[in-house]
Design a protein around this ligand. Structure first.
Ligand code: SF4
Ligand code: SF4
Ligand code: FES
Length: 911
């Protein structure tokens, strides 16, 4: 390891990095703007200047940009050198000449990197006395505000949006002192990663628009460690609260998972917790024909005791409820009467995925692993819509080849502009085989559009090309076999090949084919990994708990084996045919729903128990990687309880004393009862954890505490709540210093008030959090097992004359259940549609915008037609989660009836 001397002190640092990163990793403050740990250096802002000396005799040295100079053994630099100090102060002074200095009204104020760096450089007096340059700001959609006058031209936004995230509708315009960062005209930012601009921009140009409507001063916000609930990737988040209302959500760095970035569904979808559809208090229906009426907790518990000690109760769990809540329901009804609350097909697919990941030899890839994959096959899954942050990682994976080129040319990987320059369009192989076009196609080596059966056949053929022992695919067309050979060759030539699939097109054959490819690669000595996108935040965890199918539950009610149905955080109409759900709810003598949203199932219940959403509860979720992660409560609203607490009360009402007094008791009981979950208590320290006898505080010591927004009524702050379930306090009283990474409620450090304070929590900037990244992996394959291939590629897809194979499509905004209730996200949800390719639409004499009726198994849906040129002939698409119960039946063959909009011989296109 090189040794460098900084202002007279010698340090050992990791080789290959730049001086700026080395200084920050050593905990030495050095101001910077344009450098970003995930995006590298471009040397644009000149803020990170240091003096570099050549040898011991050099008394003068020369000013260099620390982010552009690699550490070298024996290097001697100075940060405190007076000339350099003056240089940095002058840089910020000219960066600020046009800055409006509107900190008191700026939403970035109080957590602004520009503010921090201004203080750090010592620039305290403004000498510029002339007219400032001003810009017109743009409307950028519901997520992001724009105030261009605050720009310091660091170029981070455009580098993130275009180069890192692949967006095309954002750029830098004009030149010299008038550079403008925005869209070519007003309009909604298209990228599903646009919210990261609020964190990437070091000033207040781009900020969180929904937060602006419920703004609170940053230092008065309370934070908590949490996990996103809007897909299965388990991105770590920090929601913020003030006066009992969740106000916004920030990225919480986890080096193995989301790193520095979230998707917009996760960042803005949190606002569903403030929806008017939230259940504020228990509801009780006293007469079968009446409406549920508000009731007290005492009333509903008394009512429950009348029928609960019954042997005839069954439980229906949920993939969006915590492990602890699901386990508590399983304890209440008994393992054999616990059902997962998933459609039979989804349950089978998840069981298959768990079996694959447990059996091995390929292990599940983390998002960090994904970014380092040097050849990828994506089979059947539109990850940009089902697991957005995974798509962002895949977009980085295709850069591996350019990084290797840079290595050969001895260009450091962090020299971002130089690496992109030498690499030009050079990319690692990424093969995308999906039914429809994806937003990753622009970086794909090759795209292949077919029905799910044909995608699976391609996968089986690739596996066979890698290992002849894996099953062959009969009757494969020559062009598909040639493609399979090309993919096999690219994957075999890679050092870290990755196969990505998932439940998105509801095909076991696709999952099996993807697995055969990864296993064949492992058999050929490659360290191949698998990444499966699964639908919900605890889909994998629920499947590890195990239980019956929803169909089993319906049958139990139908046959009279079950009289009481307890539904946990689940709208059954999103899971099964309407008629089946109606019948079950009608025939059951008692229906109890525990949930936080008033959905259709809850409306039909006899008793509705209001549960905490993720901001009001604690628990453990298992991500698609098999990583168990703990999320913590942000606020304690009145009148509602956490689901596990309701279930504990029901256990007591049934005459069973669990001895559970806090969440840790349920976590421990769950870990003891279910061997696959034995490690979950290690996901985070328990409630008894203390540092120097103190809890960890959820508020920074900057909290002004007494700044009562309700001062007209009272100047007193309400008493903070107690939290017996976690080692976190609800006030600014408590510990804040080195702490377990799973418990960090916000990233803050002296002089670092912006999100960049995360630097102070990592041993090496951009590396794992100190003590290791949060979470514990539950699913690891047994070492050294030989691949045991899946047999049987499916028959090739054959289109039919009078029917269409309707496959599920997904929308980043709309397919997921909860984020749609956030007003900002609701603005981005498209109208439910049916997609056909242009020729198929023409064959029906309809054009874009026509109304089409789809009928499947008695379910009818009226949908807008959208022409999607990439869809294969004979295949139609419908948006899962957005088309009502009919979406639960997909994929399926169905007939289309034209309602309106028929256009003979004229068909529009929609991209
Ligand atoms: S808008 Fe922000 S991120 Fe973009 S160049 Fe200006 S200061 Fe930098
Ligand atoms: S990728 Fe998934 S887990 Fe991550 S922020 Fe988006 S919705 Fe949440
Ligand atoms: S951070 Fe080094 S020049 Fe901008």
């Amino acid at each position: 390891m090189p040794r460098i001397n900084i202002d007279g002190t010698s340090y050992e640092v990791a080789a290959g990095q730049n001086l700026l990163r080395a200084c920050l990793s050593l905990g030495i403050n050095l101001p910077y703007f344009c450098w970003h740990p995930a995006m590298g250096s471009v040397g644009a802002c000149r803020q990170c200047a240091v003096k570099q000396f050549h040898g011991d005799d050099d008394q003068h040295g020369r000013i260099v940009m620390a982010c552009m100079v690699e550490v070298a053994d024996g290097a001697r630099i100075s940060i405190g050198d007076p000339e350099t100090v003056k240089f940095r102060a002058s840089v910020i002074e000219w960066l600020m000449t046009n800055h409006p200095h509107d900190c008191p009204v700026c939403e970035e104020g109080g957590e602004c990197h520009l503010q921090d760096m201004t203080i750090m450089t010592g620039h305290i007096y403004r000498r510029y006395r002339f007219k400032k340059r001003t810009f017109r700001n743009q409307y950028l959609g519901p997520f992001i505000t724009h105030e261009m006058n605050r720009c310091i031209a660091c170029y981070r936004c455009v580098r993130f949006y275009r180069e890192y995230a692949g967006g095309r509708d954002f750029d830098v315009f004009a030149a010299h002192n008038h550079v403008y960062f925005g869209r070519h005209e007003d309009g909604v930012l298209e990228s599903e990663f646009s919210g990261n601009l609020a964190e990437v921009c070091p000033t207040g140009v781009f900020d969180d628009k929904p937060f602006a409507k419920v703004y609170e001063r940053k230092w008065d916000l309370r934070g908590t460690p949490s996990v996103c609930v809007h897909c299965a990737l388990g991105c770590n988040t920090t929601p913020n609260e003030r006066y009992g209302t969740a106000r916004r959500l920030l990225n919480r760095y986890n080096g193995e998972v989301n790193g520095y970035f979230l998707c917009d569904r996760g960042r803005f979808g949190y606002d569903f917790v403030n929806s008017p559809l939230r259940l504020p208090q228990p509801l009780l229906r006293m007469h079968s024909s009446g409406e549920p009426e508000p009731a007290t907790k005492t009333d509903v518990l008394r009512h429950l005791t009348e029928f609960l000690p019954s042997q005839k109760a069954i439980g229906i769990g949920s993939p969006r409820a915590s492990l602890e809540a699901n386990f508590a329901l399983r304890e209440l009804v008994g393992a054999e009467r616990f059902h997962l609350g998933l459609s039979a097909s989804e349950q089978a697919l998840l069981a298959l995925i768990i079996d694959i990941l447990q059996r091995g030899p390929a292990r599940a890839a983390s998002l960090k692993d994904t970014e380092q994959a040097d050849a990828v096959l994506l089979l059947g899954e539109d990850v940009s819509n089902t697991a957005p942050r995974l798509a962002l990682s895949l977009r980085q994976a295709v850069r591996q080849k350019s990084l290797e080129t840079a290595d050969r040319m001895k260009i450091p990987r962090w020299q971002d502009a130089a690496v992109r320059n030498v690499a030009q369009q050079e990319r690692s192989p990424l093969f995308i085989a999906t039914p429809d076009a994806t937003r990753l196609d622009d970086v794909a080596t090759c795209t292949f559009r077919r029905a799910p059966a044909d995608l699976a056949r391609l996968g089986f053929a690739v596996a066979h090309e890698i290992d002849a022992a894996s099953p062959t695919v009969p009757d494969l067309p020559d062009d598909v076999r040639a493609l399979a050979r090309e993919i096999a060759k690219a994957l075999k030539n890679a050092k870290r090949p990755l196969v990505v699939a998932g439940t998105g097109c509801s095909s076991a054959a696709v999952i099996q084919a993807a697995t055969n490819v990864a296993w064949a690669l492992c058999g050929a000595g490659r360290a191949a990994e698998l990444s499966f996108a699964v639908p919900e935040c605890n889909s994998l965890g629920l499947s590890l708990v195990g239980g019956g199918t929803l169909q089993d539950a319906f049958e139990a009610v139908e046959q009279g084996a079950a009289e009481t149905v307890i539904v946990l955080e689940n709208d059954l109409y999103r899971r099964a045919e309407r008629t089946a759900v109606d019948r079950c709810l009608d025939r059951a003598r008692h229906v109890v729903v525990i949930d936080h949203m008033l959905h259709e199932t809850a409306r039909k219940a006899e008793i509705v128990l209001p549960a905490g959403a993720f901001t009001e509860t604690e628990g453990t979720l298992v991500s698609n990687e098999g990583r168990a992660q703990r999320f913590f409560q942000l606020l304690v609203p009145e009148g509602i309880q956490e689901s596990w607490q309701w279930l504990r009360d029901l256990l007591h009402a049934s005459g069973r004393d669990t001895g559970w007094t806090r969440l840790d008791d349920v976590t421990a009981a769950c870990a003891k009862a279910l061997p696959t979950l034995a490690a979950i208590p290690q996901a985070a320290p328990g409630a008894g954890f203390r540092i120097h006898g103190a809890k960890i505080r959820r508020e920074t010591h900057r909290s002004s505490g007494r700044t009562a927004i309700h001062a007209a009524a009272t100047v007193h702050e309400p008493k903070p709540p107690e939290d017996p379930d976690s080692p976190l306090s609800y006030t600014m009283e408590g510990y804040y210093g080195a702490m377990p990474s799973a418990l960090v409620p916000y990233f803050w450090a002296p002089s670092w008030n912006s999100v960049r304070a995360v630097n102070k929590f990592q041993d090496e900037v951009g590396g794992p959090l100190r003590g290791g990244d949060p979470g514990i992996r539950l699913v690891e394959p047994a070492a050294g097992v030989a691949p045991c291939y899946f047999d049987g590629a499916p028959e090739a897809f054959a289109k039919r004359d009078d029917e269409w194979l309707i496959v599920p499509l997904h929308e980043v905004f709309g397919s997921e259940e909860l984020s749609r209730f956030a007003p900002a996200v609701a603005e981005r949800v498209p109208r439910p549609y049916l997609a056909l390719n242009a020729d198929d639409a023409a064959s029906l004499h309809i054009a874009e915008g026509a109304m089409v009726t789809v009928t499947l198994a008695g379910e009818v849906s009226h949908l807008l037609l959208r022409v999607r040129p990439a869809l294969p002939a004979g295949v139609a698409g419908m948006v899962a989660g957005l088309s009502g119960p009919i979406g639960n039946l997909l994929p399926a063959w169905g007939q289309l009836t034209i309602e309106s909009g028929a256009v003979a011989g004229e068909v529009g296109h929609h991209e």
